[in-house]
Ligand binder design. Structure first.
Ligand code: NAP
Length: 257
C-alpha cells in the first residue's frame, strides 16, 4: 500500500469525509470503526471511483488490547502508516453525577487513551522513516470547561495539550502533529451525545468542509487549527481574558440553551 492513512472512526461524520478526501488525493486507506458493514460499504464506494487500496478493520477500540491488535495486524501485513488520523470520539450531555460510569469511562478510554496509544504505537515507525503526519481531532471544547459535558470537554483539553507537546517533540524527525478543533459539525455526534436540542449545536458546519480543512492543515504541518476564523479569534483572543467563574457560567448557559 502507498501513502496510507489510518483513520479511526471512519464509518461516519468527519472520519468518513476524511477517508474520501484522502482517497481523492490518491492515498490508500485503513478504515477503523465498530460497524464493519458500514466500513465495507464505504470501501466499495471509494474503490469504485478511486484507484486506491482500502483495508477495513471492524473493532471496538475501547476493548482491552484493541489498539495493539490493529497495530499488530498492520505490521503482519507490512502496511506502513504514513498518516495517522485519530478521529474516533464521542460526547455525552447531562450532569456528570447522573451519568453512568460505563459511558463516561468509555469516553475517556476512546477520546484520550486510544488516541494516546495509537500515537504511541505508530510514532516510532514515522520517526524511523523521518516522515509522517498525525491529525488529532480535538474540539473547541478543549479550550474551556463544559458544565454538563464535563468529561467530554476535559477529554478534548487533553487532546489539545497532548498534541501540541508531541508536535514539539517530533518536529526534528520530520513528523508533524496537527490538532483540528472544530465547532459544532453536522454528524451522528449529537445523537450519540443526546445533545440534539442544544441551541448552539444547531448551527453546525458540514463534515466535508471540516474534513477538508483538517486534511489541508495536516499536510501543511500546522499545529492548532479551527474550521472558522471566528472560533479562532474567540478562543485565542477573547476567552483567555474572561474571568474563570464568568466563563463557566457562559459555558453552562450555552450547553443548556
Ligand atoms: N460533531 C461535532 O460537532 C464535533 C465537534 C468537534 C469535534 N468533534 C470530534 O470529531 C470526531 C468525530 O466525530 P463526528 O462528529 O464525526 O461523530 P460521529 O459521526 O459520531 O463519528 C464518530 C466515529 O467514531 C467511531 N467510534 C465511536 N466509538 C468507537 C469505538 N468504541 N471504537 C471504534 N470506533 C468508534 C464511530 O464508528 P462506529 O459507531 O461504527 O464505531 C464513528 O465512525 C470526534 O472525536 C468528536 O469528538 C465533533
Amino acid at each position: 500500500m502507498k501513502n496510507t492513512a489510518l483513520i479511526t472512526g471512519a464509518s461516519s461524520g468527519i472520519g468518513r469525509e476524511l477517508a474520501w478526501v484522502h482517497a481523492e488525493n490518491g492515498g490508500d486507506l485503513v478504515l477503523v470503526a465498530r460497524r464493519g458493514e458500514v466500513l465495507e460499504e464505504l470501501k466499495q464506494q471509494i474503490m469504485e471511483i478511486h484507484d486506491v487500496e482500502v483495508v477495513c478493520i471492524a473493532i471496538d477500540l475501547t476493548e482491552p488490547g484493541a489498539v495493539k491488535q490493529v497495530y499488530d495486524q498492520l505490521e503482519a501485513d507490512d502496511i506502513e502508516v504514513e498518516y495517522l488520523i485519530n478521529n474516533a470520539g464521542f460526547g455525552n450531555l447531562g450532569p456528570f453525577y447522573q451519568h453512568d460510569w460505563e459511558t463516561d469511562g468509555g469516553m475517556i478510554q476512546l477520546n484520550v487513551s486510544v488516541l494516546c496509544e495509537m500515537t504511541h504505537r505508530f510514532l516510532p515507525g514515522m520517526i524511523g522513516r523521518k516522515r509522517g503526519r498525525i491529525l488529532n481531532i480535538g474540539s473547541t471544547a478543549g479550550f474551556l470547561p463544559g458544565p454538563t459535558m464535563a468529561v467530554y470537554f476535559a477529554s478534548k483539553a487533553y487532546v489539545l495539550s497532548f498534541s501540541q507537546a508531541i508536535a514539539e517533540e517530533v518536529a526534528r524527525f520530520g513528523v508533524t502533529v496537527t490538532v483540528l478543533c472544530p465547532g459544532p459539525v453536522e454528524t451522528e455526534f449529537f445523537d450519540r451525545a443526546h445533545a440534539k436540542e442544544v441551541g448552539m449545536f444547531k448551527k453546525a458546519a458540514g463534515a466535508r468542509k471540516v474534513a477538508e480543512i483538517g486534511y489541508r492543515s495536516m499536510n501543511d504541518g500546522r499545529l492548532v487549527v479551527f474550521n472558522e476564523w471566528r472560533l479562532w479569534f474567540l478562543l485565542n483572543w477573547v476567552t483567555p481574558w474572561v474571568p474563570r467563574q464568568t466563563l463557566l457560567k457562559i459555558s453552562r448557559w450555552l450547553l443548556a440553551g
